[in-house]
Design a protein around this ligand. Structure first.
Ligand code: B12
Length: 497
């Protein structure tokens, strides 16, 4: 392979990356003195300059100046989409050009300047987005064509697809960019989150997981005042960006999942009724308890539960008909912005205190000579689901070892071995926890110490897609803690038959 002067220039740009970034950012800072900078955030500018340098270096190695021009066209569309004017990119290119002029020998600098000038020219052209501009981006970012699966392709191409989808969506609904004001920069984060959720659903062949997520996101976004049509537009743009970035055979499934979610979102307003209803079993108690939590009256909350116990209410019913719906209701209120994070934390902490006070009643069942380890999977900070499961097994006479939130897989398996567990219960709450569930189950199967343990999985995603446990290699799932106990008993009986 012949190494050309262009390749050497590309190498030198990367070798000097940090010092070029510093020099160019310094120039921008000096230019902004007196007048506030267009972005006012030099650290972000510095990162952007790093990305421009990477693209410049990649362009010099490939077809050269024109490719960098297309990169600039795409970047300008994206930046305008999130409210940064095209002139900011122009200023960054000028600063980079001066820094390169100072630091590189004239011949190499000239090669880089040629590409930078092509970038400058594209910024003046209209329209900015051409198929060539869109095609120029992957050179710097990803090789989704090499991916073995659609989920992998989505992950590999996310750095390109996410900004592209934001750019497309803002181009189609320019008013959104204006209406968003300060929140515009969040659009890219949102796009990345949508993509991660889509990749997880595609990986597990579970379209319902993504539709459920889309519905949740819709409620959340509309409660902060966004137009419901906006998410619809954005998910549509995400599908189009995927069609541009991925080969057809890999784009098919994600686009199908997006279409299903869009159908759900456009089939009528998303209803989110309260989880606490007066006419439900123990409804009046649940309403009173929730009210006490929301009023910040811990004493009243405790008193209500104590009185219910004295009146003979079974502990299990309190878990099922009071604590669980109240927790879900706190989530709903947070989702529609009627409860702050601080208030949710307070209410959850009160319920955890109340649960502890019930322990004398939980730990008094006849022993069954069975052992359970219950944990929230690595990354899952929600601990009450696993705690409920452990408590229901305890009430069925099992010896239980409840590990709490986010436990690393190795430690879980050591605990399974040390406690000679018959069953391992793993709790997940968000779609993004499922990869860790998969890895934990696989590790349990591979590890001689835990190979025979019965692995049950559960939590929110398993309530949405009932047979998800199969794809993750587990032995079963149940929608409730009570159901988990029955299932474990059945599986153990089947094993010894
Ligand atoms: C309290 C809470 C938190 C607390 C948790 C504190 C703690 N100490 O546990 C904190 C603040 C940490 C938190 C963080 C987040 N949360 Co939160 N949280 C909640 C809330 C309000 C209550 C959770 C709870 O206690 N549920 C009660 C238990 C009993 O219910 P459960 O887990 O479903 O368990 C039952 C069954 O699923 C089943 N089960 C559970 N595990 C298992 C296991 C097995 C083996 C089996 C068989 C069955 C089973 O049995 C249980 C009993 O019947 C929920 C609302 C909700 N709907 O759950 C939101 C909620 C789960 N959180 C949500 C979100 C978005 C988040 C964050 C991403 C927010 C953020 N931007 O930071 C983070 C993510 C953190 C992370 N990495 O995990 C969303 C998830 C939306 C979605 N569909 O993706 C929810 C639904 C709120 C909402 N309505 O929007 N959260």
């Amino acid at each position: 392979m012949v190494i050309t002067e262009r390749d050497r220039t590309a190498d030198e740009l990367l070798d000097r990356r940090e010092s070029l970034m510093d020099a160019a950012t310094g120039r921008l800072a000096a230019a902004a003195r007196g007048a506030p900078g267009e972005r006012g955030d030099l650290e972000r500018c510095r990162e952007d300059i790093g990305a421009h340098l990477d693209a410049l270096s990649a362009a010099l190695r490939a077809s050269g100046a024109e490719q960098f021009g297309e990169y600039c066209a795409f970047t300008a569309v994206f930046l305008e989409g999130i409210g940064v004017p095209r002139s900011a990119l122009g200023a960054a290119l000028d600063a980079l050009s001066e820094a390169i002029g100072e630091q590189l020998a004239p011949a190499r600098s000239a090669l880089a300047q040629e590409a930078l000038a092509a970038g400058r020219r594209r910024l003046d052209a209209s329209p900015l987005v051409t198929p060539a501009a869109l095609a120029a981006v992957p050179a710097a970012t990803g090789a989704s064509g090499e991916a073995a699966s659609a989920a992998e392709a989505l992950a590999l191409s996310a750095p390109r697809v996410a900004p592209l989808s934001v750019a497309l969506s803002y181009m189609r609904r320019p008013g959104d960019a204006v209406a968003h004001g300060e929140r515009r920069a969040h659009s890219l984060e949102d796009a990345r989150r949508h993509l991660a959720q889509l990749a997880a659903a595609v990986d597990l062949e579970a379209p319902a997981l993504f539709s459920d997520y889309a519905e949740w996101a819709q409620t959340l976004l509309t409660s902060v005042g966004l137009d419901p049509a906006e998410l619809v537009s954005h998910l549509g743009a995400l599908g189009d960006a995927i069609a541009i970035a991925l080969p057809e055979h890999l784009a098919e499934a994600p686009r199908r999942y997006l279409a299903a979610a869009l159908e759900r979102l456009t089939s009528g307003p998303v209803e989110l009724p309260s989880f606490v209803q007066i006419e439900a079993p123990l409804g009046p108690l649940a309403c009173g308890y929730l009210d006490a939590l929301l009023q910040g009256n811990r004493g009243r909350a405790l008193r209500l539960i104590r009185e219910a116990i004295e009146a003979g209410t079974p502990v299990k019913d309190l878990y099922t008909h009071v604590f669980q719906p109240c927790q879900y209701e706190l989530g709903r209120l947070w989702q529609i912005r009627q409860l702050s994070i601080a208030e949710e934390h307070y209410c959850t902490a009160v319920t955890q205190t109340v649960l502890s006070q019930l322990y004398p009643l939980v730990f008094n069942a006849r022993r069954a000579d069975r052992r359970l380890v219950a944990t929230s999977v690595d990354g899952n900070l929600h601990e009450i689901g696993a705690r409920f499961v452990a408590d229901f097994f305890e009430m069925a006479g099992w010896d239980t070892f409840y590990l709490g939130a986010s436990t690393p897989a190795d430690d879980v398996l050591s605990e399974v071995a040390r406690r000679k567990a018959d069953v391992l219960a793993v709790s997940a709450t968000l779609g993004e926890h499922l990869v860790s569930v998969h890895d934990l189950v696989a590790a349990a199967r591979d590890d001689g110490r835990s190979r025979d343990v019965i692995v049950l999985v559960g939590g929110q995603p398993f309530r949405v897609v009932h047979d998800l446990w199969r794809q993750l290699g587990a032995d079963g799932s149940a929608p409730t803690a009570e159901g988990a106990v029955h299932l474990a008993q059945e599986l153990l009986a089947a094993r010894s038959a």
